[in-house]
Design a protein around this ligand. Structure first.
Ligand code: SAM
Length: 449
């Protein structure tokens, strides 16, 4: 192997890569890790846009595109409208796995390590307004990034929590699907995240493996019999991947759920225990994106909370201020309103969690704020893509709006609340008073460049 390559990476890392995948793939991977990363996006099917259709499609993601260059995303109003998410192409394999596995959509899903939120958006697209997703991120700062992504993605059948994994068993529910996209040593990210490379050590790998085992052990009792566990990492060593899966199988609780990914075999490397395929790798150099390991298992044994489904109750909640949806007749009637700090959040399929004492950071999206007798529409309603009509802004005006600056309005715009949008995609609310308007774009999301 070229010395220019070996000098860039820790020798123990190179050795494991060679032992694991063989000389040829190890060399290809190291070469790619010395190169630059690709840029890819996944379009939100709730808010389809055309602009990226000329870029290279990603075979395993219907809405994924590999871009030629990295645009200045923050100067694209559609980025702020939640029309797409900048996501590594490897992570998009989750879309194909779900479409092949076809887990029941009418179920309770958990994304246990969710921030910044890319894989939660894939799960929400798969659910397509059915079922309910709990998107969890234990780290406080990262949890607020997760909430921003969920807010912009615009789905209402989702709750955000910030719990350590040991707490899930106390929620008295059982999940139909759990995704553990585990914290890891990040070897697959070495070219994108130079910090990961400087932090790497064999000790880190061992510590990550301990954390991963703990997370899996704590979550196992909360998965229903027959439920699906998807385990993934962005690292490439056996300690954090194959050996974790091996322990799950040896526990007697799980079996491998095989998924036919032969259509994509030129981009994938099978992960094996002995002769048995237990998952797949997408590696830099072999595939377009960063390194990713992913494996799917089926739970054979019951959850401690197995009878959760029978405890579920159909909700018969009324909005606390009945009748105010009449302001916006397009708003679906089957939503439940949940109050947090004087804001009303609209939630879909609330019956999945209604009877549970879940410390939610957010459930559904913020729709209204009551100020005395006045009702103020909130950003979640703008992001939920309910077909509310909007005032079209050009790009310059859109960016001014996103910066919370004054915008110019079409002449004779009617007074009152209005949504503003760019190329038919809602950006947020304004209130028109005579010929000027107040900008209600949330301050915490304000564009700063
Ligand atoms: N799934 C995310 C996505 O697709 O955008 C990426 C998740 S990242 C690989 C792993 C996450 O696990 C991090 O956000 C990290 O804060 C969180 N984490 C770290 N330690 C954890 C622990 N002990 N239990 C649960 N989550 C943890």
């Amino acid at each position: 192997m070229e010395q220019s390559l070996t000098s860039k990476f820790p020798i123990e890392f190179i050795k494991e890569l060679q032992n694991h995948f063989g000389e040829k793939i190890a060399e290809k991977t190291l070469k790619a890790l010395s190169d630059t990363s690709s840029v890819s996006i996944r379009i939100n099917p709730l808010k389809p846009i055309e602009g990226f259709s000329t870029d290279t499609p990603i075979p395993w993601s219907k809405n994924g595109h590999l871009l030629k260059d990295r645009p200045f995303f923050s100067l694209d109003p559609h980025f702020h409208a939640g029309c797409y998410y900048v996501q590594d192409s490897s992570s998009m394999i989750l879309e194909t796995l779900l479409n092949k596995l076809k887990p029941e959509r009418d179920g309770l899903y958990l994304d246990a390590c969710a921030a910044p939120g890319g894989k939660s958006t894939v799960l929400l697209d798969y659910l397509n307004n059915e079922g309910f997703l709990l998107s969890n991120e234990v780290d406080g700062k990262r949890n607020s990034i997760l909430r921003e992504i969920i807010l912009k993605w615009g789905r209402l059948n989702v709750g955000v929590t910030s719990l350590p994994t040991r707490k899930f068993i106390d929620l008295n529910c059982a999940f139909d699907l759990i995704l553990v996209d585990a914290p890891c040593s990040g070897e697959g990210m070495f070219r994108k995240d130079k910090f990961a490379l400087t932090q790497w050590s064999e000790k880190l790998v061992q510590n990550c493996a301990i954390t991963q085992k703990t997370i899996l052990n704590e979550l196992t009792p909360t998965l229903k019999q027959g439920g699906i566990l998807i385990y993934s990492t962005c690292t490439m060593n056996r300690e954090e991947n194959e050996y974790q899966i091996q322990k799950l199988i040896e526990s007697g609780d799980f079996e491998i759920k095989e998924v036919d990914l032969s259509d994509y075999q030129e981009h994938l490397i099978e992960a094996k225990i002995g002769e048995k395929t237990i998952g797949h790798y997408l590696l830099p150099g072999t595939s377009t994106g960063e390194g990713l390991f992913i494996s799917v298992l089926r739970k054979k044994t019951p959850s401690e909370n197995e009878d959760y489904s029978t405890k579920r109750i159909q909700t018969s909640f009324n909005p606390p201020n009945e009748g105010f949806e009449n302001l916006y007749p397009q708003i679906p009637k089957d939503l439940v309103y949940w109050e947090l700090k004087e804001e009303l959040f609209a939630v879909k399929n609330h019956s999945f969690i209604e009877h549970l004492a879940i410390p939610l950071k957010m459930a559904g999206l913020p729709f209204y704020q009551m100020k005395g007798k006045n009702v103020i529409p909130l950003h979640g309603m703008a992001m939920a893509n309910l077909g509310l009509t909007s005032i079209e802004l050009d790009k310059e005006n859109s960016l001014q709006y996103l910066r919370k600056e004054t915008i110019s309005l079409p002449q004779n715009s009617p007074k009152g609340w209005a949504l503003v949008g760019f190329q038919n995609k809602s950006l947020g609310w304004i209130k028109i008073i005579d010929q000027r308007s107040n900008n209600y774009y949330p301050s915490w999301l304000r564009l700063r460049n």
